[in-house]
Design a protein around this ligand. Structure first.
Ligand code: SF4
Ligand code: SF4
Length: 137
């Protein structure tokens, strides 16, 4: 009896307090500003310098580039950009070295899928991954 009374008192005391839980997935979970979530890629900013590929500790980035189609312009533009999220450890190194901020971390952490093949994300998918792009890179 004493236990039930104690439990009820605890419940009543906490009923009016601010809720600490979220109705996920119906309600999005707010993540901290520096959260390292799945990358967003801006193809138009990429200069195909390969720095992200070279620094990646798990070799999960693959990219190809081509000569700029405008003969008056120097440099290369990105053709394909893939990240294998089976082995990406979301360490943030690729975004730290990118000189043009073509790749940035987001607050998106939802990658669960039924097939491992779905964890290979291409340029178009990464370009469209606009969920809560981190303001500060
Ligand atoms: S976050 Fe780290 S592991 Fe993932 S692609 Fe970037 S450098 Fe590689
Ligand atoms: S470091 Fe940035 S600019 Fe260089 S290839 Fe990677 S995404 Fe493109």
């Amino acid at each position: 009896m004493k236990g039930i009374t104690k439990g009820l008192a605890h419940t009543l005391r906490n009923m009016s307090k601010k809720k600490m839980s979220y109705q996920y997935p119906d309600e999005p979970v707010p993540m901290p500003d520096r959260f390292r979530g799945i990358q967003k890629f801006y193809p138009e900013k990429c200069i195909v310098c390969n720095q992200c590929v070279n620094i990646c500790p798990t070799d999960c980035i693959q990219l190809t580039g081509k000569k700029h189609p405008d003969p008056d312009r120097k440099g290369r533009i990105i053709e394909t950009y893939d990240i294998n999220f089976e082995i990406c450890i979301l360490c943030d190194l690729c975004t730290e070295v990118c000189p043009t901020e073509a790749i940035v971390m987001t607050n998106n952490f939802e990658l669960a899928d039924y097939s491992r093949d779905e964890l290979f994300k291409d340029l178009q998918w990464l370009d469209e991954n606009d969920t809560n792009v981190r303001e500060e890179n």
